[in-house]
Design a protein around this ligand. Structure first.
Ligand code: GRF
Length: 204
């Protein structure tokens, strides 16, 4: 049984999609903890309802990024996960932290990377006038919102889209591609060569 720790900062809808997929599809994996850097993250409630340890490591309580990341790492490693999943975890991570989880930490970013890194990706997409937008699951590396791409989903951008409408259209796809990418990881189907991810064929 593989062990997964999910990190969140807020709503946790991706976390919920991952937990449901793990249950419904009977993954050979268990979500062993959900950790939030915000005390009031709504996603903690769902995790606790599922009987999953819902833990807070409050980023506001630490004077430096290094001190917070050290405590976060200690907490995560207490659950000995095979995979760390960032699901709306709104923190810039220190290079030491990222290096510690190299090759075993995934993130989802709400844009078709490498376009639109950082925040307000839907606003960025509307301002750029792109016709296609989307979401990307990638391995986490030292550079923010970069790292080998595991999965992407594209959605059309419509003329009357607002940031909210576009965000909702993208989020629906996030809930599909993130569980799928995690499943590939736990089935040992992902390999990375020169920054390019290959996905081995699965069993039927
Ligand atoms: C998602 O759009 C994710 O791509 C981004 O933050 C949002 C988190 O939403 N990183 P949720 O907490 O998973 O509902």
């Amino acid at each position: 049984m593989r062990k997964i720790v999910i990190l969140i900062s807020g709503r946790g809808s991706n976390m919920e999609a991952i937990i449901r997929a793990a249950q419904n599809e009977k993954w050979p994996a268990r979500i062993v903890a959900v950790i939030s850097n915000k005390t009031d993250a709504p996603g903690l409630i769902f995790a606790a309802q599922q009987g999953i340890p819902a833990v807070v490591v409050a980023s506001g309580d630490y004077a430096t990024r290094e001190a917070f990341d050290a405590e976060l790492q200690r907490t995560i490693d207490g659950f000995s996960p095979d995979l760390v999943v960032l699901a709306g975890f709104m923190r810039i991570l220190t290079t030491g932290f990222v290096a510690h989880y190299a090759g075993r930490m995934l993130n989802i970013h709400p844009s078709l990377l490498p376009s639109f890194v950082g925040l307000s990706t839907h606003r960025q997409a509307l301002a750029a006038g792109v016709r296609i937008h989307g979401a990307t699951v990638h391995f986490v590396t030292a550079e923010l919102d970069h790292g080998p791409i595991v999965a992407q989903a594209a959605v059309p951008v419509m003329p009357d889209d607002t940031e909210q409408i576009l965000a909702a259209r993208v989020l629906e796809q996030e809930h599909i591609i993130y569980p799928r990418a995690i499943r590939w990881f736990i089935e040992d189907r992902l390999s990375v060569n020169d920054g390019i991810v290959r996905i081995a064929a699965g069993q039927a």
